[in-house]
Design a protein. Structure first.
Length: 278
């Protein structure tokens, strides 16, 4: 057991002193990951119902998802809902990322007192229960006939994505020397030109990460979609919720597996970009 006495850091902390932390982290990771991984074998079940562990293996639910456009029942048109989610997520990037970046740039150039006052307000959409945000958006959009519209979905998803963009870009700007931009402006460059030619290239990886997070936030969003989307503009997450509530369609297990792969891939890409930006 001499390995427990091995130093794990320059501060001479012994491995046994951190053993409880490693055990706790392993338990937390187990509780977070295992429930998601259970969905994967369920998606290959041949049963008509969600079954774990599967008694028989089949790809029928993946076929039902990818070829759902051949089904006459419009409720099962998963690909149409997926296409709606992709469109909304891409449009959310083009709304949330520029607005969140401008907000972060404005905060970094403000005095500390104003910044400390505005920052909690700007990130409030992710601080309050999302159900409250969804209800407020629903009654607001009803007045402008934006319920069940792509525009309503994009604005709603952008509202919860912008605070995340703000946090990511603001963190990058705090580690960036703003004096470089001031030097460019002292040499005659306008603020806009100095930002695009000096500041933006140095925080570009954070901007790309913010784009990926915006896409992921929109694509995985459920609550706002339940209130705002519907009809021909139903998102994939809303369709999954309705299928789980009404008929427990095992297709949702196949879709969940695909979403897990997409989300994991985007998160890995985000971390790789973060490392390159450091």
């Amino acid at each position: 057991m001499q390995w427990l006495s091995k130093n794990v850091s320059e501060t001479q902390i012994k491995l046994r002193d951190r053993l409880w932390l490693y055990v706790f982290s392993a338990v937390v990771l187990f509780l977070l990951i295992v429930p998601s991984l259970v969905v994967i074998p369920m998606s290959f079940s041949a049963s008509q119902y969600l079954e774990f562990p599967p008694k028989e293996w089949s790809l029928r639910w993946y076929e039902n998802y990818f070829f759902s456009w051949k089904v006459e029942n419009g409720f099962n048109d998963w690909m149409a809902a997926t296409w709606t989610s992709i469109k909304v997520a891409v449009l959310t990037i083009f709304v949330a990322t520029p607005v969140g970046t401008m907000a972060a740039y404005g905060l970094i150039n403000s005095d500390n007192r104003l910044r400390n006052m505005l920052f909690p307000i700007m990130i409030s959409p992710i601080m309050v229960p999302v159900i409250l945000v969804a209800i407020g958006l629903f009654y607001f959009f009803v007045q402008f006939k934006m319920v069940n519209s792509i525009l309503g979905l994009v604005l709603g998803h952008s509202l919860v994505a912008m605070p995340l963009v703000l946090i990511i870009v603001l963190s990058a700007l705090q580690n960036y020397d703003m004096n470089q931009e001031k030097v460019a402006r002292s040499l005659g460059a306008t603020r806009i030109r100095a930002f695009f030619e000096i500041t933006l290239p140095q925080i570009k990886f954070s901007i790309i990460s913010a784009c990926l997070i915006s896409f992921l936030t929109s694509f995985d969003e459920v609550i706002i979609s339940l209130f705002v989307s519907g009809g021909d503009n139903s998102t994939i997450t809303r369709s999954m919720f309705l299928a789980l509530r009404d008929q427990i369609d095992p297709t949702i297990a196949a879709i969940s597996t695909i979403l897990i792969l997409i989300s994991s891939g985007l998160l890995v890409a985000t971390q790789l970009l973060k490392r390159q930006s450091e």
